[in-house]
Design a protein around this ligand. Structure first.
Ligand SMILES: [Zn+2]
Length: 418
């Protein structure tokens, strides 16, 4: 692990962090019960803003190989995310008139959750994902998948296998790649002359406005504004031609990059760049405000849980997402405050959340134990979860939504769709 002194985008000196969440375990390092607590790997988790190229980035980099060693996030476990994926595939097939003559490559293709919809429309697909277990799941469902990191060294093999690529997709990948300039150059190199790349990533403005600091973890090296992304793309000779805002993952940008500047950037690009300037995303002050908002949320959230505990209430959680681990560890909440959590992902059941060491059980445990309160850790899926767990609420259970500030959700009250 190394501390960065220079911006990974433009190589200018990197200022001190605007937010420091302390030494944290890796958010995806779910641990076996009985494993040693003291041996758990921890690394500094702090974020800095580069005023020269606007890139928001972690100050310490954990080597990707360490992060992806056992990656347990299967995209197909979220129904709302599958709907998002299907809609995305349909939109891209229509927009780029994709058919049997086209090749779509997805970087960080996970279990094939997205490429399956392109395949259904007779488009040739190839997934690339570094996690062995997830790649195997994709291959089992008939999605050709390479267990590799995408980068410049992959280009000769890629060209030999599929030729030049029509469309490269990367959903929630740009945030994960430490060597971002080399990655985008490789995207440029892999595309055919009329090729495009489409990337989705969590939008830093949503993070700031809704206090989504739990989406900060070691795997997310970058937190993008469109202004920062534009500069990175230009450095790799890619042209930003369109952008749209999506609701998934608490607020996401979808950007369209073209290999050659044959099309004018859309009005949406210009409008968003202006809006970012007006919102203060090009200056350090806006980012510093997040630090105080985070301290306030932490005090309110831990205060609420402690008050409930002193009133002899039982507290559990729903979900075991990576973001929940940032939240719990930043707040210093562990298995003395939260008895257990439940998750549909059977790969996580039976393990402990890293740091907090809260046991992960199957979803049925919520009704079996009927805790008085359940903290919804994947708050971006709160509506879906609360609908599925209506019986828990009917029997008197109450959900707690931690972000942007903690609130208890009543029996007849559903949160806004995330
Ligand atoms: Zn920079």
């Amino acid at each position: 692990m190394r501390k960065k002194s220079l911006c990974a985008g433009c190589r200018n000196p990197l200022p001190a962090p605007f937010l420091d969440l302390g030494d944290s375990p890796l958010a995806n390092s779910y641990t076996e019960p009985g494993s040693s607590e003291t041996e758990e790997f921890r690394a500094p988790l702090a974020v800095s803003f580069c005023p020269a190229c606007y890139l928001v980035q972690l100050t310490h980099i954990v080597p990707p190989k360490q992060l992806f060693f056992s990656y347990l996030y299967f995209s197909s476990f979220s129904e709302s995310y599958l709907r998002h994926a299907k809609a995305m595939a349909d939109e891209l097939c229509d927009r780029f008139q994709l058919g049997p003559q086209s090749t779509v490559v997805e970087v960080a293709s996970n279990d094939g959750y997205l490429l399956q919809y392109f395949q259904q429309r007779n488009v040739r697909v190839l997934g690339i994902d570094p996690a062995e277990n997830i790649g195997e799941a994709a291959r089992l469902r008939g999605i050709p998948t390479w267990t590799r990191f995408f980068g410049p060294d992959l280009l000769p093999e890629l060209e030999q296998e599929v030729g030049k690529v029509t469309l490269i997709i990367g959903n929630n990948v740009l945030a994960h790649v430490p060597k971002i300039n080399a990655f985008l150059s490789a995207v440029h190199g892999a595309l055919g002359s009329s090729g495009h790349a489409v990337f989705e990533f969590p939008y830093v403005l949503d993070l700031l406005e809704r206090n989504e600091y739990d989406t900060i973890y070691h795997e997310h090296v970058y937190y993008y504004s469109l202004s920062a992304l534009k500069r990175l793309a230009e450095r790799a000779c890619l042209h930003l031609v369109d952008v749209s805002h999506q609701k998934v993952h608490g607020g996401t940008l979808r950007v369209f990059l073209a290999k050659y500047a044959r099309e004018q950037p859309s009005a949406a690009v210009e409008a968003m760049l202006l809006a970012e300037r007006a919102a203060g995303l090009l200056t350090p002050e806006r980012y510093s405000l997040l630090g105080s908002a985070v301290e306030k949320q932490k005090a309110e959230f831990t205060g609420l849980l402690r008050r409930l505990r002193s009133a002899r209430k039982t507290i559990a959680a729903y979900g075991a997402p990576a973001k929940g681990n940032t939240l719990l560890n930043a707040c210093g909440i562990d298995n003395k405050l939260i008895d257990f959590t439940v998750d549909k992902n059977e790969h996580k059941q039976g393990l402990l959340l890293p740091g907090s060491r809260i046991p992960i059980l199957a979803p049925e445990a919520l009704l079996e134990h009927q805790p008085d309160y359940a903290v919804v850790l994947p708050w971006n899926l709160a509506t879906e979860i609360m609908e599925q767990q209506a019986e828990y609420v009917r029997r008197g259970g109450r959900f707690i939504l931690p972000i942007p500030s903690p609130r208890i959700v009543g029996a007849n009250e559903l949160p806004e769709a995330a």
